[in-house]
Design a protein around this ligand. Structure first.
Ligand SMILES: C[C@H](O)[C@H](O)[C@H]1CNC2=NC(N)=NC(=O)C2=N1
Length: 84
């Protein structure tokens, strides 16, 4: 396993993190902020939203493991979450 970024948890062939926001609108705003960069990277998360939480799971589907693409996306999501 490539080194897991701070705040993220190793989960088999993925890394995961729970993002918590002030409320539902803030959680959705984060997902919307992230949609563009995610598409530009052509590397997409598996993520679920419940109220003010967004649970994110990153893995590279083409290799079935965590790759640098996941680590890069984790950093991007961490930055975007700070903008809330
Ligand atoms: C065809 C397209 O490039 C691939 O399906 C991309 C899209 N987004 C992706 N996202 C993730 N997480 N893993 C991939 O392997 C992947 N591959």
């Amino acid at each position: 396993m490539t080194d897991v970024p701070e705040g993220w948890t190793e989960d088999g062939d993925a890394i995961t993190k729970r993002f918590e926001f002030a409320d539902f609108a803030a959680a959705i705003a984060f997902m919307n902020r992230a949609a563009g960069p995610i598409d530009e990277m052509n590397h997409h998360p598996e993520w679920t939203n419940v109220y003010n939480r967004v649970d994110v799971r990153l893995t590279s589907h083409d290799t079935g493991a965590v790759t640098d693409r996941d680590l890069r996306l984790a950093g991007v999501l961490d930055e975007l979450a700070q903008q809330s």
